[in-house]
Design a protein. Structure first.
Length: 125
């Protein structure tokens, strides 16, 4: 019986090469969510306010509020609801829709990361 040479060796990749990508979701050409906005939603959930979330991320309250406002305007239902200040001050909470967007984004990011890992494995550099 004739032996066949094995020709489909795994490709060797030069150390240090990796495929990379960034992911965000747009609506009508405007950013809806991306990694930074997802982190902002998580910080709002953690701290209970947009102001505290902004401080934790070292961004201005106005910028954080503008991002939240943009996400809420572009979502089918609000991702963050805000309560007005009073004796205890105001606050903000992530809605069920907001929690769902966070999970969906990380699920999508995981699939993208796996795709990029496979593409890196295919490189012949």
């Amino acid at each position: 019986m004739k032996k066949h040479k094995k020709t489909d060796k795994p490709k060797e990749i030069s150390p240090g090469y990796h495929c990379r990508a960034r992911i965000w979701i747009e609506k009508d050409g405007e950013t809806f969510v991306g990694f930074g906005r997802i982190v902002l939603l998580e910080k709002i959930a953690e701290h209970g306010s947009i102001s505290a979330a902004a401080k934790a991320m070292k961004m201005s309250y106005k910028h954080a509020w503008d991002l939240v406002d943009s996400m809420n305007r572009n979502a089918r239902s609000p991702l963050v609801v805000k309560s007005t200040g009073g004796k205890g001050g105001g606050g903000a909470v992530i809605t069920e829709a907001g929690a769902k967007r966070i999970q969906e984004f990380y699920d999508m990011h995981k699939r993208l990361t796996e795709f990029l890992r496979k593409e890196t494995d295919r490189l012949s550099l």
